[in-house]
Design a protein around this ligand. Structure first.
Ligand SMILES: Nc1nc2c(ncn2[C@@H]2O[C@H](COP(=O)(O)OP(=O)(O)O)[C@@H](O)[C@H]2O)c(=O)[nH]1
Ligand SMILES: [Mg+2]
Ligand SMILES: [Zn+2]
Length: 380
């Protein structure tokens, strides 16, 4: 919390002095002297502390601009002080595989100091993390720093929050028009997950060859109106999959959706050579047996990554209180301030602006039902 505020202030201070956007990241919460920072290009600079060389300060250029595009947080080669920038392809307890922007992979251990900072996570490093590591030789290295995360997807494991993957830009929600039938409530649930994690969602409706397009119009219209992109596709025939390819280019994407909707078919249509496992849930997992289903990032031919995780559909909504739930429904959010009770859950209370909006048709009744269902804890 405190670090976030500091970052903001530092950024503002720096912007006053320089014109480029600059963001600071610092494990030690030291004050950053803007005069000292003074990078004269918009690209990244790493600045040493005055006294202790282990206390590094980092100034990152154009962070906001790069967040949506994916995998290089810092511009420039990043070969400063013997460290390289990389993305964690696969995280492990002892060793993680990282990949540099030019495609080299290294097996890395984690610096001891970082381990003591993160004590509440199963692993210090998660798949998708942007790290700085010190290579030793051509295949190994030591992770020295981890960039702040955004777009984090978690699952609950024995009551604890477990990061599956970090820095996800895009959630491709795959549903199907038939077999299995379209389940808008499940789409809504995944949209909430995306909203909560700050990940941009897009909705693919697959198997449009199996339905009359007119039947999908109302649903597509309602999501489009809220501001979500909806792509009707037929993955097996490769129909309209180019739109998906364009949407995921240069991004770190996760593909979600229930079994059988066509996630693998879509990815095979997009990238025939990749052999992705996405969406396969092993028999053991179905039975509730504990299996390790580590997330893995697969680099895409045109830039960006796909997150490949067999247990991907186990994403859970984490700690959402009803008041927050309404804010994660883009269409419900604008009405909540009109309710009589500040703690209104929009389910049973009197004088509820949300229910009024449903009653007179300003709010889609189906979306509202989804909201109630998710609040009640029922599965889709
Ligand atoms: N009719 C039709 N069937 C499809 C389409 N895409 C996938 N399928 C079929 O749906 C089934 C499940 O597809 P799969 O890709 O394995 O789904 P996943 O479980 O989400 O990975 C397979 O039998 C596919 O051939 C499509 O566009 N149209
Ligand atoms: Mg599959
Ligand atoms: Zn209300």
């Amino acid at each position: 919390m405190r670090r976030k505020r500091d970052e903001k202030r530092t950024r503002t201070e720096l912007r006053k002095n320089r014109t480029s956007r600059v963001r600071r990241r610092d494990w030690n919460d030291q004050k950053l002297d803007p005069a000292q920072a003074a990078p004269d290009s918009a690209s990244s600079e790493r600045i040493r502390g005055k006294s202790d060389s282990s206390k590094k300060r980092v100034v990152v250029g154009n962070l906001e601009g790069n967040q949506t595009t994916g995998y290089t947080l810092r511009r420039g080669s990043g070969e400063k002080e013997g460290c390289l920038a990389a993305v964690v392809i696969r995280a492990g307890g002892l060793r993680s595989t990282v990949r540099t922007a030019d495609g080299r992979e290294f097996q890395c251990a984690v610096r001891r100091l970082l381990k003591t900072i993160h004590t509440d996570q199963r692993h210090v490093i998660a798949a998708g993390d942007r790290v700085w590591f010190r290579p030793s030789g051509t295949e190994e290295g030591l992770i020295e720093e981890v960039e702040p995360r955004y777009g984090v997807l978690c699952r609950a494991s024995r009551g604890r929050r477990q990061v599956i993957v970090a820095n996800v830009d895009l959630m491709v929600i795959v549903s199907s028009a038939a077999e299995p039938r379209l389940k808008p409530n499940l789409i809504d649930r995944l949209l909430v997950t995306a909203e909560q994690s700050g990940i941009t969602p897009i909705i693919c409706i697959n198997k449009i060859d199996r339905t009359d397009p007119a039947e999908l119009q109302a649903l597509i219209g309602s999501y489009t109106q809220i501001g979500y992109q909806v792509l009707p596709i037929a993955a097996r025939m490769g129909l309209y999959v180019d739109r998906v390819r364009t949407a995921i280019a240069g991004r770190q994407s996760v593909v979600v959706g229930q079994s059988g909707v066509g996630k693998s078919s879509l990815l095979n249509a997009l990238f025939p050579d990749l052999q992705l496992r996405i969406g396969q849930v092993s028999a053991e997992t179905e039975k509730g047996k504990h299996t390790t289903t580590a997330a893995q990032l697969v680099p895409l031919p045109n830039g960006g990554y796909i997150v490949d995780t067999p247990g991907i559909r186990q994403f859970q909504l984490w700690d959402i209180i009803p008041a927050e739930m309404a804010s994660l429904f883009r269409d419900i959010r604008p009405y909540v301030n009109g309710c009589r009770f500040p703690s209104c859950t929009h389910t049973h209370e009197a004088c509820c602006a949300v229910k009024d909006a449903v009653a007179d048709g300003r709010l889609d009744a189906r979306r509202y039902e989804s909201y109630c269902q998710i609040c009640s804890g029922d599965s889709a």
